[in-house]
Design a protein around this ligand. Structure first.
Ligand code: HEC
Length: 236
């Protein structure tokens, strides 16, 4: 038997939000960032984000590390999902190119004004570029809006399939072809979603759900459902 879907997804959202809120209170010690799996940057400080290329397998890894490092270290001021609530500048407006990379690195390493902390002694260069990769790949909310109704339909379809499988009226194999087609469609949506930074590929919920379906496995329908549900709930 599988669990009912809605309460589970809400629990996941509540968890995400409470983690962010806990950090909004008082001083929280900066979290060490584990950068295992990212290449060494032996040539000193880079001028441009070395993890920018989405066709390089390192991109996905940088994104995952950057997501967690951003949310533990930066989100309390710069906002969950990099949507600023006004405490600090909205970092999604930095362009994904060398000039703004230098601007970014300078501020992150040395801090700025009396409220932006310096991170040079707190995290390594790979961690800073991983966070940069996460920031620059946030989807443009206006750009993804038009796909939201279709993403909701896809989510509902994934849920119906899980329910049929749980009830024993269908098997995963019955849906193989349909899921392969959904994967293709999600990939098409993913490449159509723009970033605000001009970075070549957005890390949208469509992209994340496509990656999960491509990976496959027992939990993939449920995980893709949850990924879409959380994204649909936080969409403005
Ligand atoms: C305690 C609050 C706080 C935290 C935590 C924080 N920042 Fe900031 N940040 C600010 C403020 C405030 C500014 C604006 C500073 C100024 O105007 O000089 C800023 C500015 C910046 C800028 C320059 C933005 C621009 O548009 O000019 C960058 C880049 C930046 N922060 C990145 C980060 C990153 C990356 C992290 C996490 C590793 C982080 N910040 C953590 C408060 C914070």
């Amino acid at each position: 038997m599988t669990q009912p879907r809605t309460p589970l997804s809400l629990a996941a959202i509540a968890l995400t939000l409470s983690a962010g809120m806990a950090m909004a209170h008082g001083d929280v010690a900066p979290q060490p960032v584990n950068t295992d799996g990212l290449p060494e940057l032996a040539g000193g400080w880079e001028f441009e984000n070395p993890f920018r290329d989405p066709s390089d397998p390192v991109w996905e890894r940088a994104l995952r590390i950057g997501d967690s490092a951003y949310n533990q270290n930066c989100a309390r001021c710069h906002g969950l999902e990099v949507v600023s609530g006004g405490l600090a500048p909205d970092l999604r407006f930095l362009m994904a190119e060398e000039m703004d990379d230098e601007w970014y690195m300078e501020r992150v390493r040395r801090g700025s004004g009396d409220r932006m902390p310096a991170y040079e002694d707190l995290m390594n260069q790979q961690a800073m570029w991983a966070i940069r990769t996460y920031i620059e790949t946030r989807p443009d909310p206006d750009g993804i809006a038009e796909f939201m109704p279709r993403l909701r339909d896809i989510r509902d379809g994934l849920r119906a399939k899980q329910e049929a499988i749980a009830a024993g009226t269908a098997t995963e194999a019955d849906y193989a072809e349909e899921i392969a087609a959904l994967h293709v469609e999600l990939m098409e949506i993913a490449v159509a979603v723009p970033t605000m930074s001009g970075a070549p590929k957005a890390d949208s919920i469509a992209r994340r759900a496509a990656v999960i379906l491509e990976r496959g496995g027992d939990r993939s329908l449920r995980e893709a459902d949850e990924t879409l549900t959380i994204g649909l709930s936080v969409a403005r």
